[in-house]
Write a protein of this length. Structure first.
Length: 276
């Protein structure tokens, strides 16, 4: 599939918000066939196949604990593995039909202010719209970083992160093996799955998702849960949940345990699951 602009991702997310007001039983324990979130974007061959001509970048950097890592403007899948080291390894593969096509949509890697930025360049030449350049970004980074990923036309897979995780404008499935700090995920055209090792004081915010959302917690919670504008069933499997106010098919307000950090989920065109 050719990509002609990352701005289209946000239009897709807006469509998810618009459909979230439909009345469906929010507490059923079966998925509804009518709104499966499998999108063509997750099935396309670009995810696993290169075009005939390609170039590759391999670089290594040292990152201090708490460093900021940003990945943005990528036309293809992003895979981020983590480990208990201070070293970041960057592997980028770009492929196209001709060598000349590889002159378009270049990706820059920059280390500044102790952080790391991997960014797809904005193409000013209008001819690039006739060019297909497929990209795959693979990172191995320290766990103790603050991660931001935005404007990605493909799935995003992330390992265990001790710091905050921020994602927006993702045209594909999002999976985070473990987040240990604040998490903010918005504008996703695909399923979202996040495991939370601990809930920080700033909590979690998930919004504008065209697909199911699954939040799994590694420990007992004390949190304030708000789920609004959901076009699908809501499942909760956590102890000591007290519903506040009147329940309705697309909204839920509840206190988990004694209450505390906010968990906010809104504008989802799919099921929502919060579990331990």
């Amino acid at each position: 599939m050719k990509k002609h602009g990352l701005a289209a991702l946000f239009l897709i997310a807006a469509a998810a918000l618009g459909g979230a007001g439909a009345t469906i039983s929010a507490y059923q324990h079966r998925e509804q066939a009518g709104h499966r979130d499998r999108t063509a974007h997750e099935e396309v061959s670009q995810d696993s196949q290169n075009l005939p001509e390609k170039d590759e970048i391999n670089q290594t950097f040292q990152l201090a604990p708490g460093a900021k890592v940003e990945v943005s403007g990528i036309n293809g899948p992003v895979d981020i593995q983590t480990s208990n080291t201070g070293t970041a390894e960057v592997n980028i593969v770009r492929s196209a039909r001709t060598k000349d096509d590889l002159e378009y949509r270049k990706i820059t890697v920059d280390q500044s202010n102790g952080g790391l930025v991997v960014r797809g360049e904005k193409e000013k030449d209008r001819n690039y719209r006739q060019v297909e350049v497929r990209e795959r970004v693979s990172l191995k980074i320290p766990r103790q970083v603050e991660l931001t990923t935005r404007g990605v036309n493909g799935r995003v897979t992330v390992g265990e992160i001790d710091g905050s995780v921020t994602m927006s404008g993702i045209n594909g499935k999002v999976e985070v093996a473990q987040a240990g700090g604040y998490a903010h995920i918005s504008g996703v055209n695909g399923t979202v799955g996040v495991r939370i090792s601990r809930l920080g004081e700033n909590g979690i915010n998930v919004s504008g998702v065209n697909g199911k959302v699954e939040l799994r917690f590694a420990e007992d919670l004390n949190a304030d849960l708000t789920v609004t504008g959901i076009n699908g069933p809501i499942h909760t499997d956590v102890s000591n949940l007290t519903v506040q106010g009147k329940m309705n098919p697309s909204n839920l307000r509840a206190k988990i345990g004694s209450g505390g950090s906010p968990i906010s989920i809104s504008g989802v065109n799919g099921s929502v699951t919060v579990s331990r």
